[in-house]
Every structure is written in C-alpha cells, then in structure tokens.
Design a protein around this ligand. Structure first.
Ligand code: SF4
Ligand code: SF4
Length: 258
C-alpha cells in the first residue's frame, strides 16, 4: 500500500476505482497465464504479512526474516521496505509457488489477495487521508477478460482481505511519518531505529522486549491489554505501531503511561 501525494495521483497507472465502480476479473487454473503473476516480483511485505506467513510456515520471526526477506532502504526514505526474496532460479519464482498454485494461500500477503487491485493512501496534509484504489492487472493477466464482475467491497470479502487491508492501512499511516528523518546521522542503525524495526517486523523479539525487559515496570499498562499481547500477535502488533508513534515521534497514547 503506497503513500500517495495529491500531485502524483493523476499520473499513476491503472484505472482508479470508486467504491461503487466494478471491474471484471476471474482467476482460475485453466487460463494460459496461470501462476505467471507469481514470479519475478518486487513483493512488498507489510508487518501483518510477516506475522501470518511466519506462523503458517512454523517459523519464528527471526527465522522468517533471515530466510525469506530482503530489507532495503530506498533513497529519500527513513524506514526500510521489506521484500519477499524470490527463489534463486531462472524465472525467480515466489518461494511459495508450486505447480498447483500458492502453498500459503490462506496466509498469502496483502498484495497477493488484493491483486489485481492496488490500494494506496492519499495524504492531503493536516492529518487528512483517504484510501484510493486502482485496477491494475498486468497485460498478460487473462483474468481481466473474464465475465465475472466485482465491486471493491465484494472483492475484499471474497479474498478475506478486510483484516489485511486494515492492518496495512494502519502501517501506511505510520510509514508516512518516516518521510522525515527521526534518526539523525545514525540512521536505522541507531538503537531507536533497531527498536522501531523490531516493533514493526519482528513480533517475537518485540514480545520478549515487552515481557522480559523492564518495560512493564517503566510503563503503566492495563492488565487486560498485556494479557492479550502475550497470546495475540495482531493485538501486540497494533501496540507496536502505537509504541513507534510514541517513542520515535513523541505522539501520546492512552495505553502508554509512565
Ligand atoms: S495472471 Fe491474472 S489470471 Fe493469470 S494467474 Fe495471475 S492473477 Fe490469475
Ligand atoms: S505468496 Fe502465493 S499468491 Fe503470492 S506471489 Fe507467492 S505464490 Fe503467488
């Protein structure tokens, strides 16, 4: 999910969709393009994608990040992007692709379940933002010529994408803060930078930090919240987002009190 500014929105490729608009699409094994879209990708993984995939694969977050992602810092950004590492073969296939299709289908990343639609957040300044959506299948995608029609809502329901879209939108709001540099010259290698990356992408280490450091002695946290964070990755991740806002940007949170 991209952060978009009002100047660039008109230049983006694809067809912009309003909530009542429809698009044609149906993907199935009989199409000549079957599986072609799952190779040679720059597939961005958002924090909730990592939580779901590492659990589905039976890995902890360290193992998942080590084995399956590349972390890149793009020029002008002050928080890195996390990309799924493609297989080291001729066509750079997704590591989760088999001849029968996606082997992690119930836990596939947000981008995969939203495809052929892409969402972005249009930031209008002064805290105002709006979700925008584009229908953007690649030319080779035969699914766009099928007769089934969808609204954005219908497609999200069909793909069980609501939670993913919501978590990614919340992350995009935080990521947009990093258009400014909060780290100074030390960059992401500063202790604050490492903490922020952990809170976003390494839920197992972040849980250790919350429960095994002096964190719960230094901050007054409601017992029922801490209880949820012990067992629920999504709840802990939402707190991780709050924590980044608080300790990197000084944005107050009702859940974090000294
Ligand atoms: S290219 Fe389009 S129709 Fe073909 S497999 Fe991928 S999503 Fe389905
Ligand atoms: S995760 Fe699944 S749907 Fe997404 S690119 Fe890989 S194989 Fe395709």
């Amino acid at each position: 999910m991209k952060s978009i500014d009002p100047e660039t929105i008109e230049k983006l490729p694809g067809t912009r969709l309003k909530p009542t608009d429809t698009f044609r699409f149906r993907c199935h094994k009989d199409l000549s393009c079957f599986n072609r879209c799952c190779r040679n990708l720059n597939l961005f993984l958002y924090p909730y994608d990592v939580v779901r995939l590492k659990k589905a694969l039976g890995l902890d977050a360290d193992q998942f990040l080590e084995t399956h992602v590349d972390v890149i810092l793009r020029e002008g950004n002050h928080f890195p992007d996390v990309l799924l590492r493609m297989a080291d073969n001729e066509t750079r296939t997704c590591p989760f692709l088999s001849s029968a299709g996606c082997t992690v289908y119930p836990d596939r990343p947000d981008t995969c379940r939203t495809f052929p639609v892409e969402h972005g957040i249009l930031f209008r300044g002064q805290g105002q933002s709006e979700r925008v959506s584009f229908f953007r299948p690649p030319d080779f995608c035969q699914g766009q010529h099928e007769n089934q029609t969808w609204t954005l809502r219908g497609w999200a329901d069909d793909q069980d994408a609501a939670t993913y879209n919501q978590m990614t939108a919340q992350w995009a709001e935080i990521k947009s803060l990093f258009q400014k540099n909060p780290w100074g010259s030390a960059g992401m290698n500063s202790s604050k930078g490492k903490m922020a990356f952990m809170a976003a992408y390494n839920i197992d280490r972040f849980r250790e930090f919350v429960f095994q450091s002096s964190f719960l002695k230094r901050y007054r946290i409601k017992k029922n919240l801490a209880k949820k964070w012990r067992i629920n990755d999504r709840e802990l991740m939402l707190f991780g987002f709050e924590w980044i806002r608080y300790f990197v940007w000084g944005i107050a949170s009702p859940n974090i009190r000294i």
